[in-house]
Design a protein around this ligand. Structure first.
Ligand code: COI
Length: 358
């Protein structure tokens, strides 16, 4: 499928950020976007790159009413050689298509996903930032567009990709975050949509997160829905706990997001010869380890957040300081390793990194 390109006119070009060290997350978008339409019986059609701007939607578009929306998050990185690199982008496409299946939405062929994304990035390549700790965030999104109010899957969709330069996701940067263990609200239950990257999971997380933020926390740690006993994820990140010599993360049992950074961390830790377990972990075990001093570190993993150390866990009104409230050695070593791979600062033994241009 030929991608048609309509470049932005000079008056549509935007001002690039003047100080990359001040970039936050998710407010700035580049000059263009990639979009393609779908209709059942016809498939995907009219792939195009157009100037960034509003999209036209019927107010009855089904995605706005019944939540048929899925998305992805990945990044392009500027290497020291000026090259532009993608990290495990094919895995994002595979996850998008798993989310699509769960939400009764059409899959996107990997070639279309990759070609649209790469063309868009290279068209707006001057937006890929150069300052350490910055990158170009990529947000592939699919939305149901059929104007209809009966509850059933839509027959039409748009898939689009928007991109924009970002810095750290949390204002804390690499400083440890404080997390609140949520024992009232839940994010997702096994059998639900917790392992799909869909808007509703994030909507479900907002109230508890707002309440926690008002109390000074950065995020909430979700417990399993059935028993409120097992630690799951943080909503924007998967979680790892270092207890004694064991590094533990929750298994992919259906209610947590199969994070690509989570998977990369698992590979790297195994290659380092460390004891890693994907196993159910109760909040009681975490708290007992914090009390006995065997909880050495806790950290979150995510595309946006990379590796985010946890300096405090609060459960049932009690605060537990983790790793002396500082970034632990393992968290830092992982951060250095993952970012070295992502920015092509070292050889990639995994085949995760792809240079797409400069
Ligand atoms: C990501 O890490 O890319 C995410 O999608 C998490 C969050 C920003 C919603």
């Amino acid at each position: 499928m030929e991608i048609t390109i309509t470049p932005a006119s000079p008056d549509q070009l935007k001002k690039k950020p003047s100080d990359e060290s001040q970039l936050g997350f998710g407010d700035i978008f580049t000059d263009h976007l990639f979009m393609v339409n779908y209709a059942s019986g016809k498939g995907w059609f009219d792939p195009r790159i157009v100037p960034y701007g509003d999209i036209h939607l019927d107010p009855a578009a089904m995605g706005l009413h019944y939540g048929q929306e899925i998305f992805e998050g990945l990044k392009a990185y500027r290497g020291k050689d000026n090259g532009i690199y993608l990290f495990r982008a094919g895995d994002n496409c595979a996850r998008l298509n798993r989310s699509a299946k769960r939400l009764c939405m059409p899959e996107v062929a990997i070639d279309l996903f990759m070609e649209g994304m790469k063309k868009l990035i290279l068209m707006d390549k001057e937006w890929v930032p150069r300052t350490e700790g910055t990158s170009l965030y990529i947000r592939p999104t699919m939305l149901a567009t059929e104007p209809h109010l009966g509850v059933r899957p839509s027959r039409t969709y748009i898939f689009y990709i928007i991109i924009g330069p970002v810095g750290a996701y949390y204002k804390e940067g690499l400083n440890p975050v404080k997390i609140y263990v949520e024992d009232h609200y839940i994010r997702a239950a096994v059998g639900g949509t917790g392992d799909a990257k869909t808007a509703g999971n994030y909507a479900a997380s907002l109230l508890a997160t707002e309440l926690a933020m008002k109390k000074g926390f950065t995020q909430v740690l979700w417990l399993d829905a059935a028993e409120k006993k097992y630690v799951e994820e943080v909503g924007t990140m998967n979680m790892f706990f270092v207890i004694g010599d064991e590094i533990i993360t929750a298994p992919l049992n259906g209610s947590i997001l199969p994070g690509i950074t989570r998977d990369s961390v698992l590979h790297i830790l195994k290659d380092w010869g460390l004891a890693v377990s994907e196993r159910s972990l109760t909040i009681d075990e975490v708290i007992a380890a914090a009390e006995s001093g065997s909880l050495k570190e806790a950290f979150g993993t995510g595309t946006a957040a990379v590796i985010s150390p946890v300096g405090q866990i609060t459960f049932k009104g009690k605060d537990y300081v983790v790793a002396g409230g500082k970034m632990g050695d393992l968290s830092l070593r992982l951060y250095d390793e993952i970012t070295a791979l992502q920015y092509a600062g070292k050889p990639d033994p995994y085949g995760w990194v792809e240079r797409i241009g400069e």
